[in-house]
Design a protein around this ligand. Structure first.
Ligand code: AMP
Ligand code: MG
Length: 451
C-alpha cells in the first residue's frame, strides 16, 4: 500500500498543479488495488461481476466432431474437381445421437446439424447442393465444396483442461453462456465493490426543497448514481452535505467506514471558501490536483480513514496505522479511496468516465479496464489549445460510406447537461493536439453501455 507521496515520487514529471490527463490514470493505477474477498454465485446472479478464478473447462466443447449443416456426411477424398458425385444413402444421423453403422466408398449418411460425425467421415454436403438421384441416392453438384467442409471439430470452441475464461474477465452475457456451455452452474467472483457518494456545497438543494435564489438542485448525485449502477457496484447514497466541518467529517467517516471508495462532487477548486478540502486533508492522505483538461481541472484523490476516533491533524496522518481498524479481509486495506470530483455537472461525468471508471474497474478485479477509443471523421472545425486534454460532447453516426463521423452537441459549457444528454460519446482531443479542421479524424470514447 503506497502513500500519495510515494506514488508521486515514482511518477516521472509529476506536477500536481499541471497534471496531464494521461498521468491521472497512471497515478490511480498505483493508488487502487483489486478487492480480495470472493464469493461463489449461481450463473443467473453473476452478470456484470468479475471472475476471481480462471474457469477451466471440464469438457471439450463441442464434445465430438459434428455436422455444421443439415445434409449428407461422406468421405471428402471422393470429390473430383469438375465432376458430380453420386452416393448411396445408408442411414441417418440425428442430433444428439451417434450413428453406429459403417460407411463404405460411394456411400453417405443423411445428417442433421449438430449430429456426431459417423466414424471415418470428414465432409458434409448441405442439402441444397444435392439432388435426388436413383432411389436411395443423392448427387452432389460439381465444385460446390472441398473435403473437410461443414465439419465442426471436437473442442474447437473449448478444449478440456483449457482456460475457458481467465480471472479478471467481466461476466458479459456471452461469458455466462460460455460458462453454461461447460455445464458449470456457478462461478467464483470478486465481491461487489461498494461505493459511497455525496454532494457538497451550501448552494446545492436536495430534490423536494423549494427553489431559492442562487441555489441549484443537486444533479451530480443522480448522474453519479447512474454511472455507478451501470458499472454494477453497490451504491451508498449519503445525500447533500452542508459546508459545515462536523457534517462533512461525519459524512466522510460514514463513507469510509462503509465503502471501498467515496465519490464527492464540489468543493475541490482552489478558490473554494468551504471546508471540504480541509476535511479531506484532515481525515486522509489526499492529493489536490489541477489537471490540464477541460471540462474538469480540479480533483482530489487519496484515501480516507473511517475509524471513528478524534480527527487527526494533517501532519500526523499515517495511512497504514490509521487504518489498522480495517483488518477485515473483506475490506480494502488502507481506507476508502477518495475521488473528489469537481462540482460542475459535466465535469463530474467526464472525470468519472476518464478516470474514476477505469480505477473502479481495477478495484472490481477487472483486467481490461480501458474502454477503446474509436476513430471518427469530425464534420466540423473545433477550436483546441495544445497543452490540455479536451473532452467534447459528440454525436457519432455511421456515414453513407460506412465510416464513423461525429459532430458536437451544442453548448460545451461544463455545467450544461443538455448537450451531454444529446451526446452518445466524448470526442477526446489529446494533450498535444491543436485545432481540428472539418474532415479531420478524431478519437471518440463511446458512452454506449456505459452511461
Ligand atoms: P465547485 O466545484 O464546488 O466550485 O462547483 C462548481 C459549480 O458546480 C458551481 O456552479 C456549483 O453550483 C455546481 N455544482 C456543485 N455541486 C453540484 C451538484 N451537486 N449539482 C449541480 N451542480 C453542482
Ligand atoms: Mg462549491
Amino acid at each position: 500500500m503506497k502513500t500519495i507521496a510515494q506514488i508521486a515520487a515514482e511518477l516521472q514529471g509529476y506536477d500536481p498543479q499541471a497534471l496531464r490527463a494521461d498521468d491521472v490514470n497512471a497515478f490511480l493505477h498505483h493508488l487502487v488495488e483489486p478487492v480480495r474477498a470472493t464469493e461463489e454465485l449461481p450463473l443467473f446472479s453473476a452478470l456484470g461481476r468479475v471472475l476471481a478464478r480462471d474457469v477451466v473447462s471440464p469438457v471439450s466443447v463441442p464434445p465430438h466432431d459434428n455436422s455444421a449443416m443439415d445434409g449428407y456426411a461422406f468421405a471428402g477424398a471422393q470429390l473430383v474437381p469438375g465432376q458430380p458425385l453420386t452416393l448411396r444413402v445408408v442411414g441417418t444421423a440425428l442430433a444428439g445421437k451417434a450413428w453406429a453403422g459403417t460407411v463404405g466408398a460411394g456411400e453417405c449418411v443423411k445428417i442433421m446439424t449438430g449430429a456426431i460425425m459417423p466414424a471415418g467421415l470428414d465432409t458434409v454436403v448441405p442439402q441444397e447442393f444435392t439432388t435426388a438421384a436413383a432411389e436411395g441416392h443423392v448427387t452432389i453438384a460439381p465444385d460446390v465444396l472441398r473435403p473437410g467442409d461443414n465439419r465442426r471439430f471436437k473442442g474447437e470452441d473449448l478444449m478440456e483442461g483449457g482456460v475457458a475464461l481467465a480471472q479478471g474477465a467481466l461476466l458479459t452475457p456471452a461469458a455466462l453462456g460460455l460458462v453454461a456451455s461447460l455445464g458449470l452452474p456457478t462461478v467464483t467472483v470478486f465481491r461487489r465493490l461498494r461505493v459511497a457518494y455525496f454532494s457538497t456545497g451550501d448552494e446545492i438543494l436536495s430534490l423536494g426543497e423549494p427553489p431559492c435564489e442562487g441555489a441549484v438542485y443537486d444533479s451530480n448525485r443522480y448522474t453519479v448514481f447512474g454511472l455507478l449502477t451501470r458499472l454494477g457496484v453497490e451504491v451508498v447514497d449519503l445525500g447533500v452535505v452542508r459546508d459545515e466541518p462536523a457534517q462533512l467529517e461525519a459524512a466522510f467517516r460514514a463513507a469510509a467506514g462503509r465503502a471501498d471508495a467515496i465519490i464527492t462532487s464540489g468543493g475541490v477548486s482552489v478558490g473554494e471558501a468551504d471546508h471540504t478540502r480541509t476535511m479531506m486533508k484532515q481525515l486522509g492522505d489526499v492529493a489536490f490536483w489541477r489537471i490540464a483538461m477541460r471540462p474538469g481541472r480540479p480533483m482530489a484523490v487519496g484515501r480516507i480513514a473511517g475509524v471513528p476516533s478524534q480527527a487527526k491533524s494533517a501532519s500526523s496522518v499515517d495511512t497504514a496505522s490509521a487504518n489498522s481498524y480495517q483488518n477485515d479481509s473483506n475490506r480494502t486495506p488502507g481506507g476508502a479511496v477518495l475521488f473528489g470530483l469537481p462540482g460542475n455537472p459535466v465535469a463530474v461525468m467526464v472525470t468519472f468516465l476518464a478516470f474514476v471508471r477505469p480505477a473502479l474497474l481495477r478495484m472490481m478485479g477487472c483486467s481490461h479496464p480501458a474502454p477503446p477509443l474509436l476513430r471518427a471523421t469530425c464534420t466540423e472545425a473545433l477550436r483546441k489549445k495544445p497543452g490540455r486534454t479536451e473532452y467534447q460532447r459528440g454525436w457519432v453516426t455511421t456515414a453513407a460510406d460506412g465510416t464513423l463521423q461525429v459532430r458536437t452537441t451544442g453548448n460545451q459549457g461544463s455545467g450544461v447537461l443538455s448537450s451531454m444528454v444529446q451526446a452518445n460519446g466524448l470526442i477526446v482531443l489529446h494533450h498535444g493536439q491543436g485545432n481540428v479542421a472539418a474532415g479531420d479524424g478524431v478519437d471518440v470514447m463511446m458512452f454506449d453501455g456505459m452511461i
